[in-house]
Design a protein around this ligand. Structure first.
Ligand SMILES: Cc1ncc(COP(=O)(O)O)c(C=O)c1O
Length: 266
């Protein structure tokens, strides 16, 4: 079981796990067996568990679909359900992992541990590498040699991954993401008070979404780009802001000013 509006990738099975039809259509037919349920709705999740359910997979904060944050109560409930029913809890932390949310892993905001966790994106600092971590009782299912790929176990990528981990930990980048993220959130809340078309500012650390009621997300993104700031838009209604973990308070001031003037020009 995965969540609606989730994004888990574009390999055949992860695209089937993804809860958005627009990513699935070009790759059909897909491997069967996935159910998609709404975020933060523990009752519907419960109703969808059957004797064939093996795992629940989710992003602690949905990235691709617009920074939708899972609630503390929901994740606590999901962990409890998994324990009661003998299901594995899988966290896809490909966006939320490695400091992005102001903690090393997104799951640390929720007082639970997943049984399996995936990482990629930031892990290699631009060099392609992905990782799957699992508790011992899960990892035991694999023997060395059971799984592999042409570029798997690549020494260059692993060296890059180690260097990135050391840099994140030694240079206090998780703490910076927390501090800079709190500062950015304050600035964005101030902009929300100023512009009535900002209906919500949400997220954790340096993973922030701004919901707009004026349908101008794309135009605002383009205006920010002209001013030297790269942000994302999801459709016409959401801005997605994921600054680098090395961002400074001055950078944030500049970004808030750029957004302020983009909002006032629209
Ligand atoms: C949460 C999440 N999971 C997985 C992926 C990996 O996708 P892909 O298979 O396209 O590399 C992404 C990429 O954006 C992602 O955001």
């Amino acid at each position: 079981i995965t969540l609606k509006k989730s994004f888990h990738g574009r390999t055949l099975t992860t695209v089937a796990a993804t809860g958005q039809e627009r990513f699935q259509k070009p790759f059909m037919p897909l491997p069967p067996g996935f159910k998609h349920v709404p975020i933060n709705d523990i009752e519907t999740l419960k109703e969808n568990i059957s004797r064939n359910t093996c795992a629940i997979m989710l992003e602690p904060i949905q990235g691709e679909s617009g920074i939708n944050v899972t609630s503390y109560e929901f994740i606590q409930g999901v962990r409890k359900l998994c324990d009661e029913k003998g299901l594995l809890l899988i966290f896809d932390e490909i966006q939320t992992g490695l400091g992005r949310t102001g903690k090393l892993f997104g799951y640390q905001h929720y007082g639970v541990e997943p049984d399996i966790l995936t990482l990629a994106k930031a892990l290699g600092g631009g060099v392609p590498i992905g990782a799957l971590m699992a508790k011992d009782f899960v990892a035991e299912a694999f023997e060395p040699g059971d799984h592999g790929s042409t570029f798997g176990g690549n020494p260059l990528a692993c060296a890059a991954g180690l260097a990135v981990m050391q840099t994140i930990l030694n240079e206090g980048l998780v703490e910076n993401a927390y501090k800079a993220g709190s500062y950015l959130s304050e600035k964005l809340q101030a902009l929300k008070s100023k512009y009535n078309f900002i209906s919500e500012v949400r997220g954790k650390g340096l993973m922030i979404g701004i919901e707009l009621s004026n349908g101008k997300a794309k135009e605002i993104k383009e205006k920010c780009f002209e001013k030297g700031y790269l942000i994302g838009n999801i459709g016409i209604g959401i801005l997605r802001i994921l600054p680098p973990l090395v961002v400074t308070m001055q950078d944030i001031d500049g970004m808030a000013e750029a957004l302020d003037s983009a909002f006032s020009e629209i």
